[in-house]
Ligand binder design. Structure first.
Ligand code: NAD
Ligand code: DAU
Length: 369
């Protein structure tokens, strides 16, 4: 059975990718390597076919461990998701971002080079999952990011991802490693850790807590349903040209304030349709017939907050025939339903590492707890 190694496979997009891959390729096995930081959850992989999924608890910076895995399992494909991924955390403490995103990516590349080019030459692929944030910030009338847009990362997170992109590129050009890179816009959907905008405001709505909007809420992001992203990555692994970069986007630019108001409307309607939700979430304004958008609170802006991201996804559409399938309405509805149906998952996360750390940070940054 062919095996692929998925780094960061217990995080938000990694979990969705593992689920997608196991369903789409019934003949394959997946090895997940994940350090289980605050953002990784072993239980997010629960219920999957144990015969086709192996979980290894470890760090991508541990070159010996990665090398052993690649050799013993005869891995020929690595899909690299593992990262520190939250911009606010990178502003508060950049060190972990340098370690995992730059040093960790380099460890993986060194192992891939030694195993695939020197010791056991043969077909292989290293797919690097990156972000549109490496391109910097757009003004409202600027054209969308293309693959040849110059890099201009603004946060420590974006700079660390940019550095890792350059290392991946260099290993292709210098050593001939078979690599592909995808730079994607904002993802949303099941299993996202509730420090990112959509799950954060969703959980706060249900708890009747303020919905913190940074600045005036006019910053723009392009939102893609996570399963579409996973499908795009799978397509690149299968058909993408070696050494090539592909932008992936949702064709769905939204101002933060509009997105949050839309999400409030989805939750209000959900409570109206299903009166049993009121007993489960009594603090939610919608439980008493009120409106969730009454919780919107404008707070101090994120330092260096990028104004707008937008993706020109022409290359992946033309060359690989990729387009997102999920509409924003259907994707948001699925996401709300998933979080409502997985309150136990949310509670376990929110009651532990998430609440303590993030609320302390928000409080010291002058944001409502
Ligand atoms: P996440 O923070 O939810 O998950 C990251 C995972 O990596 C966690 O399971 C964590 O335990 C693991 N990890 C962290 N450090 C590790 C280490 N040193 N060794 C092994 N595992 C480690 O992140 P995500 O949102 O799923 O993002 C996945 C990837 O996609 C990242 O590379 C990110 O830059 C990129 N990306 C994310 C988005 C988005 O909107 N979330 C958009 C574009 C690109
Ligand atoms: O663009 C891709 C990137 O999208 C990924 O590379 C990152 O890993 C991912 O975290 C995401 O980065 P953002 O900074 O755009 O995502 P976040 O959910 O943190 O914020 C989305 C927007 O909402 C952003 O403009 C900041 C704003 N925001 C965020 C939070 C957490 C708020 O207004 N209030 C909040 O409480």
């Amino acid at each position: 059975m062919p095996e692929i190694l998925v780094t960061g496979g217990a995080g938000f997009i990694g979990v969705n990718f593992v689920r997608h891959w196991l369903t789409a390729r019934p003949g394959d096995r997946v090895v997940v390597l994940d350090a289980l930081t605050y953002a990784g959850n072993r239980e997010s992989l629960a219920g999957l076919d144990e015969d086709r999924l192996e979980f290894v608890h470890g760090d991508i910076r541990d070159g010996d461990l990665v090398s052993r895995l690649v050799r013993e399992r005869a891995i020929r494909t690595i899909v690299h998701f593992a990262a520190e991924s939250h911009v606010d955390r990178s502003i508060l403490g950049p060190d972990a971002f340098i370690e995992t995103n730059i040093v960790g990516t380099h460890e993986l590349l060194k192992v891939a080079r030694a195993c695939w080019l020197t010791d056991h030459p043969g077909p292989h692929r290293f797919h690097h999952v990156s972000t549109d944030e490496v391109y910097g910030s757009l003004e409202p009338s600027d054209p969308a990011f293309r693959e040849d847009t110059p890099y201009a990362p603004n946060s420590p997170y974006a700079a660390s991802k940019a550095a890792s992109d350059h290392l991946v590129r260099a290993y292709h050009h210098t050593y001939g490693l078979d690599v592909t890179t995808s730079n994607c816009s904002n993802n949303y959907g099941p299993f996202q850790f509730p420090e990112k905008l959509i799950p954060l405001v969703l959980m706060n709505m249900l708890a009747g807590k303020p919905l913190p909007i940074y600045g005036d809420g006019s910053n723009v992001r392009d939102w893609l349903y996570v399963e579409d992203h996973c499908r795009g990555i799978a397509l690149i692994i299968e058909k993408g040209e070696s050494g090539r970069v592909y932008n992936i986007g949702g064709l769905n630019e939204q101002r933060n304030i509009d997105l949050v108001r839309t999400l409030c409307g989805v939750v209000d309607a959900r409570f109206q349709r299903d009166p049993s939700l009121a007993a489960l979430h009594p603090a939610c304004p919608a439980a008493k017939g009120g409106r969730c958008d009454s919780l919107i609170t404008f707070v101090k802006d994120r330092p260096g907050h990028d104004r707008r991201y937008a993706i020109d996804a022409g290359r992946i559409e033309k060359e690989l025939g990729f387009r997102p399938r999920e509409s924003f309405q259907s994707g948001l509805a699925k996401t709300v339903d998933w979080y409502l149906g997985h309150q136990e998952w949310c509670r376990r996360i929110a009651d532990g590492r998430y609440r303590e750390w993030i609320e302390r940070q928000y409080a010291s940054a002058g944001r409502p707890a």
